[in-house]
Design a protein around this ligand. Structure first.
Ligand SMILES: Nc1ncnc2c1ncn2[C@@H]1O[C@H](COP(=O)(O)OP(=O)(O)OP(=O)(O)O)[C@@H](O)[C@H]1O
Ligand SMILES: [Mg+2]
Length: 418
């Protein structure tokens, strides 16, 4: 098979390091400026707890396995990746920056300067900034400006959402990727990446909350008028549901996971009473039979707890009335039957399940909710650097020059991490 090096800059790779699985999506930017997924890989995570690397060796092993699988499928060698980050060490806050405009017309350097000034918040030494996401600009008191360039005024302000992370957690993530032989082109907040694959721009403009319920964590981001205003992380996910089944049915973890995936429902209704499930016993005990109704009564309270915690967060942050497009749920745990109904009941608003979209190629594989973050990483990288990829896609017939990796070229854009 011909092996193309991913240094050829029309290739974008998303690496999602989740609590239960590491997955990789290799995509190609086509000359018509669309995204084509050409390879995917997946490995069980062992060194991750609640979204954070706790064992580097095991994480490296999982990354290698997932990358190898994706490389084989795509026929390319991966070197540069965009990687996701999550976990309760991540904090999001809103901040404001102000500068005087010297030339009375806003230029690109003024925008850079005002965003720099918004970064001037007290950040402890053990934390680092991951993202500074502009929400709106204000020129001489006129607010709700998205593109201030060229406007006249003497005072430029910006509202931003700043995302910070624990330095050591970032370092362990970087170390794991580097030891697996990968360069990091960008580290992206999980739910920011996910929003690129499951939300439409109309939803973001109108106001929406995206909730990614994974194995160990539930990540949420709220968009209003196209920008992120609130992010949070709740340390519960599908693993907690499996654990509840293990305890309630006194069945081994592996069987509890199988029962959950095959027969679980997050919403209890009478029709489930007639459907019977066999539960293997522990320590040689006989298997037992129970109805899906009973199973849903074990799962339901945990699902409600997770949705209620997110709902409380939305209310406490004051965004309840600002998310006119409602709620979009995604992540592996939302593959559970009845998730949408259970969520609608708690949120009291419209809920839809968000599958990854906006790409071609291996659609069947990566439309799975578990791939929402990995696909989102590719789409994020593409949207943030569209002119970079467009330029390189048109030049892709040229051989790539040694030492000119994508990471090197993108370092300017994602400089904070290096
Ligand atoms: N059909 C299904 N029904 C119910 N739960 C499911 C189903 N398929 C997968 N899950 C659950 O989804 C979870 C994994 O989801 P996902 O792959 O999004 O998590 P992750 O990215 O590894 O973790 P995190 O984002 O929390 O770090 C597991 O707990 C798994 O049991
Ligand atoms: Mg995840």
């Amino acid at each position: 098979m011909p092996r193309e090096i991913a240094e050829n800059t029309n290739i974008i790779v998303g690496l999602d390091i989740g609590t239960t699985k590491v997955c990789v999506v290799i995509a190609q930017v086509r000359s018509d400026n669309s995204i084509n997924v050409i390879g995917t890989g997946r490995a069980e995570s062992k060194g991750i707890r609640k979204g954070v690397v706790v064992n580097i060796d095991l994480t490296v092993e999982a990354i290698r396995k997932a990358v190898n699988e994706a490389e084989l499928m795509a026929g390319v060698t991966v070197r540069d990746v965009f990687v996701s980050i999550g976990g309760s060490h991540i904090k999001g806050t809103n901040s404001r920056g102000v500068i005087a405009i010297k030339n009375r017309e806003v230029r690109e350097e003024d925008v850079v300067r005002v965003i720099e000034s918004a970064k001037a918040v007290d950040i402890p030494l053990d934390r680092q900034i991951l993202h500074v996401l502009p929400q709106e600009y204000i020129v001489d008191g006129q607010d709700s400006i998205k593109k201030p360039m060229g406007m006249s005024g003497v005072r430029l302000e910006v509202e931003v959402h700043i995302v910070t992370a624990s330095r050591s957690s970032v370092e362990n993530l970087v170390k794991s990727c580097n030891r697996a032989g990968l360069n990091i082109s960008g580290i992206v907040l999980s739910q920011l990446a996910t929003s690129h694959s499951v939300l439409s721009s109309d939803e973001k403009d109108l106001g929406v909350a995206v909730i990614d319920i994974g194995g160990g964590t539930t990540d949420m981001a709220i968009f209003v008028e196209g920008s992120i205003w609130h992010t949070c992380n709740i340390p519960f996910g599908g693993i907690n549901i499996t654990n509840d089944i293990t305890i309630a049915l006194r069945t081994p973890q592996k069987d509890a996971e199988n029962i959950k995936i095959k027969h679980g429902s997050a919403y209890t209704c009478d029709e489930l009473s007639s459907e019977i499930v066999e539960v293997p016993g522990v320590g040689g005990r006989d298997p037992r039979r129970l109805s899906k109704y009973v199973l849903s009564q074990i799962i339901g309270p945990r699902a409600n707890e997770i949705f209620s915690a997110v709902n409380k967060e939305i209310q406490n942050a004051g965004f309840e009335d600002l998310i006119a497009s409602g709620i979009v749920i995604t992540g592996g745990a939302c593959k559970m039957e009845g998730s949408q109904k259970a969520a609608s009941k708690v949120f009291g608003t419209e809920v839809r399940i968000g599958s990854p979209t906006n790409f071609g190629g291996l659609v069947d594989v990566v439309s799975d909710l578990e791939y929402a973050t990995a696909v989102g990483l590719v789409l994020y990288a593409w949207s943030e650097n569209s002119s970079f990829y467009a330029e390189n896609t048109s030049k892709r017939e040229e051989p790539s020059r040694p030492g000119q990796s994508v990471t090197g070229k993108l370092k300017k854009l994602f400089g904070e991490f290096f």
